[in-house]
Design a protein around this ligand. Sequence first.
Ligand SMILES: CC(=O)[C@@H](O)[C@H](O)COP(=O)(O)O
Ligand SMILES: NCC(=O)COP(=O)(O)O
Length: 237
Amino acid sequence: MTKLSVNINKIATLRNARGGDRPNVVQAAKDCERFGAQGITVHPRPDERHIRYQDVYDLKEVVTTEFNIEGNPTPDFLKLVKEVRPEQATLVPDAPDAITSNAGWDTQKHEGFLTDVIGELKELGIRTSIFVDPNERMIEGAKLVGTDRVELYTEAYAKHYHDNREQAIAPYLAAAKRAQEFGIGLNAGHDLDLDNLKYLHDTLPGLLEVSIGHALICDALYFGLENTIQQYLRQLK
Ligand SMILES: CC(=O)[C@@H](O)[C@H](O)COP(=O)(O)O
Ligand SMILES: NCC(=O)COP(=O)(O)O
């Protein structure tokens, strides 16, 4: 079964546009769960342009499904994660000024750092995932650093899906098979939507979770949040 974790960053973006509390991020997370989401993802960034650190503490009090915190493991991020203790922490090597995540880890270059951070989080009972490009060498590095899971960075898949989906998914399939051989759990995310999700789900073996935010929240403007989540869940059957 592939779980749908709804990334609620964009709910916070909308709230922050006016500085008030509408829409309420905590209520949105509760509603996503009520409408069927099997997890809630947030990606607090250092400038707190969408999810704020305080949101993460507030969400921890209410999220009853799987709470996944994504981000670059800076000292501030690690302090937050260690205090909140989500079910899963996804480490993403994004620069503070990046508009959005734009690359996976070089797991070989950063082997020592990732090994240390992953070890610390696992000791606290937090499942770890690392954001990686669909590259078999990076999966081999992921094995060495001891992560529980990898999250395949699906931007390239999404970008090329409509040109040639077999070609677009080929590197992901190879990476997924390698992860499976190593006993590493498989997540995926970035730019997934109602067009490209089903093929990804049906093609990648052992896909445990997808985290989806931008497209899902955009779809919710037209279809409503409950209906949208139901539509995404149907792609994962
Ligand atoms: C790791 C990843 O792909 C997502 O967390 C994505 O980066 C969402 O972050 P933004 O909402 O800040 O674009
Ligand atoms: N990990 C990916 C994520 O949480 C959401 O990415 P996107 O759907 O906002 O591109």
